[in-house]
Design a protein around this ligand. Structure first.
Ligand code: SIN
Length: 311
């Protein structure tokens, strides 16, 4: 039996362990539930949901890259009505801890979504995705500017009511991510999700055209892990009391541990699940082993350990 307290907290909510899904890589968890019990992971972070059903971007929507992949999904989804009717009851029935990710085209749309979620039971937190790179208008990447990031978070805070923690998902495609983090913390978030994918492009040298139907896409996978580690480290250094859900190229326990040492209170796993649907379970076990080998008895003592003694 493990003698490690593996639990973690985001705002007022406690999670049994720090390994979460990454939004968008397993819809609302149904695909992964074929392989393991969803209660074995800390939380399922759902695919970002919008107010209306959405078809997403033209195909092809995925392209391989060295140590990573590009996606250009374009926030395809069933819309909040179907999501609340089908996905939330299914997740609750399957004993999953649920973090609902929301995305909007306008500040008002985020407010509408927050209002729809405020009375829903079975939700542990809301991830406010203000950083999807696959939108027509770069002005809709709200996290690229402190004023628009603030406007969205203030609106969600006002509309969500109660005690539901809000987690802002930020883009690494900015000059100073600490500045953006500061603006959303002032606007009332309880946590941050770092990092969303980086905007990229692949050109097929046979067709001599961009490979993705949407031309650009979000880069994920091991190639972006050092960017995630850097962003988490910088933000944790500036705001050590704000929990961070870290993500970006985590494929094994040592990768998860690296993000935790940088300052993550939880780690989301996305791209790795495409190659191995049980990656989350493997990563959880490997991380637990690494912590015990280093004499950690409380997971939370490892959070931000790389900062200890740092000037
Ligand atoms: C997408 O649906 O295009 C991806 C969402 C995201 O990266 O935030």
């Amino acid at each position: 039996m493990s003698s490690l307290d593996f639990s973690t907290k985001i705002g007022s909510k406690r999670f049994s362990n720090p390994i979460f899904t990454a939004s968008g890589c397993a819809s609302s968890g149904q695909e992964l539930a074929q392989f393991f019990d969803l209660s074995e992971i800390g939380a399922v972070v759902t695919k970002s949901i919008m107010s209306k059903p959405r078809l997403g971007r033209p195909t092809p929507r995925m392209a391989e890259t060295p140590s990573g992949m590009l996606n250009s999904i374009g926030l395809q989804g069933p819309g909040i009505d179907v999501f609340l009717e089908k996905d939330i009851p299914w997740l609750v029935a399957n004993n999953a801890k649920v973090i609902v990710s929301i995305a909007g085209e306008t500040v008002d749309e985020y407010g509408v979504l927050a209002r729809r979620l405020r009375a829903v039971s079975g939700i542990s937190a809301v991830e406010v995705n203000i950083s999807c790179p696959n939108v027509e208008n770069r002005g809709q990447v709200f996290s690229c500017h402190p004023d628009t990031a603030t406007a969205v978070i203030e609106t969600v805070r006002r509309n969500i009511g109660g005690e539901l923690p809000i987690i802002a998902k930020l883009s690494p495609d900015v000059t100073d991510i600490v500045h953006i983090a500061e603006s959303v913390i002032k606007a009332g978030v309880d946590g941050l999700a770092l990092i969303n994918t980086l905007l990229g492009m692949v050109i097929d040298i046979n067709t001599m055209k961009p490979k993705l139907g949407g031309k650009t896409g979000g880069l994920s996978g091991p190639a972006i892990r050092p960017v995630a580690v850097r962003a988490i480290y910088q933000v944790h250094q500036a705001f050590p009391n704000t929990p961070i859900v870290g993500m970006g190229g985590v494929a094994n326990g040592r990768d998860a541990f690296e993000l935790i040492l940088a300052g993550a209170s939880a780690v989301s796993v996305g791209t790795a699940t495409f190659g191995n649907p049980t990656a989350l379970i493997k990563i959880r076990a490997e991380l637990e082993q690494l912590l015990l080998e280093r004499d950690f008895r409380d997971f939370r003592d490892a959070i931000g350990f790389a900062h200890r003694g740092a000037k």
